[in-house]
Design a protein around this ligand. Sequence first.
Ligand SMILES: [Zn+2]
Length: 317
Amino acid sequence: MGNTTALLADSIFREHLAGREHPERPERYDAVAGALERSGLASRMKRIAIRVATEEELGLCHTKEYLKVARRDVETGHPFLSTGDTDITRNSWDVASRAVGGVLNAVDAVMTSKARNAFCAVRPPGHHATAARGMGFCLFNNVAIAARYAQRRHGAQRVLIADWDVHHGNGTQDIFYADPTVFFFSTHQWPLYPGTGRADERGAGLGEGATLNCPFPAGSGRREIVGAFENALVPQMEAFRPDLVLISAGFDSREGDLLGRFTLSDNDFAELTRILMGVAERHSGSRVVSLLEGGYNLSGLASAAVSHVQALMDGVD
Ligand SMILES: [Zn+2]
């Protein structure tokens, strides 16, 4: 039981933005969940249930004011969040708060050794949402809330968040910018939305040095990104020694994506996964929780997710 990979996948994640023309569309969930089923992986995984995240849990990383605004926008039928470029439908609060709650169930499973690691096939994504502002297709910062929850609920001291989405995880960076207990590492295309993530953004105050950005130009791929994980991230983890490794797993850094221009292959995502599992095996009791972020080419998203999950299940060489 403790050596299994857990899966959070629930068809409610396809209901946000149903019927709307948008790149962050319900078919993304179908592509990932369907591919995990067809590959035979899903049936070998321990299933994680969804639940509604409480306002207190959402408030681990978001301001009361933002939660009030976001709820009002959804309830009044606004087509998008008034704080930024995130389309919403009437059920978006329900779906997004269940995504967060499911992720927290996955954190519970991994922190209590009921599973070794977990993959969360959630929509909407989260890494662009700051404490006070949903933006970039994101309502709640799923990965940031997971990190804080692991600290508050399970006593994790230090958490690594590694973000390989083609976009910079500005929200995650912002939430932990002055916090030395959460290390944020990101590889991303530069220049690109949202415009943050320069190499000289390294954290502030006590958090200085606990943010590590590796921006790369369009056309970058395995050499740059696998290289950054191996040569920039891994050595720093010897000093940081995370108790938990979280992954912002965006597959828009794969070749053929509609929004990104990186050239990572499915095998490269397996390799990135193995590098992070190596960090987790060395420091974190092998605890890894991975969350879906972007990825807009449906077939590429599906095959990259399968490769990533297969690597989570295979373990460290
Ligand atoms: Zn992205």
